[in-house]
Design a protein around this ligand. Structure first.
Ligand code: BTN
Length: 254
């Protein structure tokens, strides 16, 4: 059971995560926020998520051993949505590096030794042309030691990579502390995402396979832009491109 007091004792923010709602069980913390009634910075966490959503219609598996949380981003400037993903990625990597050596696999995954330990998903509901509720959700494999056949070759967890004591409450507080600080720094131009990419990226200067829609290309990762778009070099044509959405495969042939 998530200990709210322990979490709040470790939280150092002014706004983000101050209001935290702990649910015993829910289908999806992202869906909970998308139902409405939440404000910027509110956090929903659950002890068990039964229908977790991943990117591209995939499922996010949970058996109570993961840290599952969503942050309400209502009224965030639309231009901040792509950078927020990277800012959150940096925040999570820095919090998890207290325990394990981990990296960001653009744009949504945190990896340890090349295997996925966490995933992030930003969603919004729209009414006509207007953006309604916006949510950032994240699932981190903390204590899980066995995964389903679908993901067992590509998934890992913190517990599989450290013997140190792990606390969901302290990890979440540290992530939220980082998110608030890095968001302020980004807005003040004190954090330049593209300048620190080498500290975080799992694939910088490596040859990767990138999936854009149904297409798959072999490319080299060159960096990210100031808003978090991925800069790649097409290995067949030598052309350099910036991409705003897509997914990097696990392994060069995947
Ligand atoms: C991915 O790796 O494809 C993204 C996974 C995102 C999972 C999180 S868990 C909390 C939030 N609620 C959901 O239903 N999904 C996100």
């Amino acid at each position: 059971m998530f200990d709210k007091e322990l979490y709040l004792n470790n939280l150092q923010t002014d706004r983000v995560g101050r209001n935290i709602i702990v649910l015993d069980e829910t289908t999806s913390t992202n869906d909970e926020i998308l139902k409405g009634g939440y404000q910027f910075g509110d956090v929903v966490i659950t002890n068990l998520q039964t229908k977790g959503k991943g990117r591209s219609g995939r499922v996010w598996e949970d058996n109570g051993n993961s840290l599952i949380f969503s942050i309400c981003l209502n009224e965030i400037d639309e231009d901040l949505i792509l950078p927020f993903n990277i800012i959150a990625g940096y925040s999570i990597v820095d919090a998890l590096r207290e325990y394990v050596d981990c990296y960001l696999k653009w744009p949504n995954d945190i990896v340890i030794n090349g295997k996925k330990a966490a995933g992030m998903l930003i969603e919004a509901n729209t009414q006509g042309n207007t953006v309604g509720d916006v949510v950032f959700g994240c699932g981190i494999n903390i204590f899980t030691k066995e995964f389903s056949d679908n993901i067992k070759d590509t998934a890992t967890s913190l517990a599989l990579n450290t013997d140190n004591e792990l606390s969901k409450e302290i990890i979440l507080a540290n992530i939220i502390n980082n998110i608030e600080e890095y968001l302020i720094d980004y807005k003040n131009e004190m954090l330049r995402l593209e300048r620190v990419w080498d500290k975080y990226s799992n694939n910088l200067n490596k040859e990767i396979s990138i999936h854009i829609g149904s297409e798959k290309q072999k490319v080299k990762e060159l960096g990210i832009t100031e808003v978090g778009a991925l800069i790649i070099e097409d290995l067949e044509t030598g052309e350099t491109k910036e991409i705003l959405s897509g997914e990097i495969g696990y392994g060069f042939s995947s």
